[in-house]
Write a protein that binds this ligand. Structure first.
Ligand SMILES: O=C(O)CCC(=O)C(=O)O
Ligand SMILES: [Fe+2]
Length: 202
């Protein structure tokens, strides 16, 4: 933890201030091999069309589910377990805990999001559909050539627009309003894990 604190204290400060971090792979402890493993899994993950979010907001994307939290926590594929193990192995787990100041960390949902031209995700709060979604880890596998921006509306009233590139990792707090703008050209692929930072079992 000592080592982490000097290397990552700037990121922890930024996350506390903005609720969003856009990180290059080499700013995180994830190895290129683990990233490649997630990329390979994503290519073999079947998807289905989703047009309505949990709270009725409109979407237009293909989703491949690997782990779900509804109606109860269950890993749906063996590849979901592989990704979970990558995200929770040391030093990844220590990294997420350090950035968020969390003592507890549990993956509640893992999904692949695929957006082709016209695809988008309407404005939503991740913690609206499940209050235990405190943190989203978004691993960018392929960026759209045009469109597909992540727009985050922060509590201070400002709007921040990001266009993360493949291999980048976004950490986003569950209580921030955000959306993904329509893809205009190309295909946008992300692997998203939603984490709880408090135990659901008391
Ligand atoms: O794919 C992304 O960049 C973000 C997706 C998102 O906001 C979500 O799945 O809740
Ligand atoms: Fe989201």
């Amino acid at each position: 933890m000592l080592e982490l604190s000097s290397q990552y204290s700037d990121l922890r400060y930024k996350f506390a201030k903005y609720g969003v971090l856009v990180l290059s792979l080499n700013e995180t402890p994830m190895t290129p091999e683990d990233y490649q493993c997630i990329l390979n899994i994503s290519c073999k993950t079947p998807t289905r069309s989703v047009t309505v979010g949990d709270r009725g907001e409109t979407h237009n994307l293909e989703v491949g589910r690997l782990k779900t939290d509804t109606p109860y926590l269950q890993t749906l594929t063996s590849t979901g377990t592989v990704i979970e193990n990558i995200l929770l192995k040391e030093p990844m787990k220590a990294f997420f805990q350090f950035i968020t100041c969390a003592k507890f960390l549990e993956i509640r949902r893992i999904q692949l999001n695929v957006m082709r031209p016209g695809g988008y995700i309407g404005a939503h709060y991740d913690n609206d559909s499940d209050p235990l979604r405190h943190l989203a880890i978004i691993i960018h596998l392929q960026e759209a050539d045009e469109g597909g921006d992540l727009v985050v509306y922060d509590q201070g009233g400002s709007t921040n627009i990001y266009h993360p590139l493949s291999t980048q990792m976004v950490l986003s707090a569950g209580d921030l309003l955000h959306e993904v703008t329509p893809v205009v050209r190309g295909e946008r692929r992300t692997l998203v894990a939603f984490l709880s930072l408090t135990s659901s079992r008391h």
